[in-house]
Design a protein around this ligand. Sequence first.
Ligand code: PGA
Length: 237
Amino acid sequence: MNPSSRNAIIAGNWKMHYGPKQAAHFAHEIVPVLDQGVEHSPQIVTVLCPPAISLAAVREVLQAQPFPGIELGAQNMFFEEKGAFTGEISPTMVRELCRYVIVGHSERRTYFGENDDIVNKKAQAALQHGLCPIVCIGERLEQYEAGQTEEVIGFQVQQSLAHFPSDTVREVVVAYEPIWAIGTGKAATADGAGSVTSANISEFITHPDIDGALVGGASITHDFVEIVRKTAEAMQR
Ligand code: PGA
């Protein structure tokens, strides 16, 4: 990353961890320290993505005092605005609380049947409602082993961002996560990307093609604070 011209986004995907009480407790612990870590790095945005049911609780913590570099994100949403879609949340609902939304995470694609077309609709709906979509892409192990990484992720980017007016594409954040690396700590090199921890974030963030990280496992621990602090440090170099 060229520190002078680029911004970094570090998003913490809490996945299905921490209900409202635990989420508020954890946010109370980490938010003030996170804030100190990015105080002198206005080019870093930290996004906390708790489960939907805990968004309001974490938002309360974030609103207790100004934490300018720390934002809230949802882990998923439906693309329709309202209606008979039991269990879903709409872009309007998400926008009441959040500025960001993760769409097309590989776990959504694998366990909940989301495909590029659905991801595309969600990303478009996010932008239409003033949300910044974090669009996830990544190849499976067999595709990686067959040397198809570029082809697969190229196709996913094309399909997930199809029909986007060119002036809106730059508002989309693309998170590349090789599916075979998620949750494993495997292939933790900047060239291959992979699970992010405080031990490898500096290597990732100084890579010219990487402007941030979507952190899973480490985001529900205090290591997340260290990840953000090291990002700030790397950006100031
Ligand atoms: P990980 O997960 O950091 O635990 O590998 C990343 C993600 O799934 O967003």
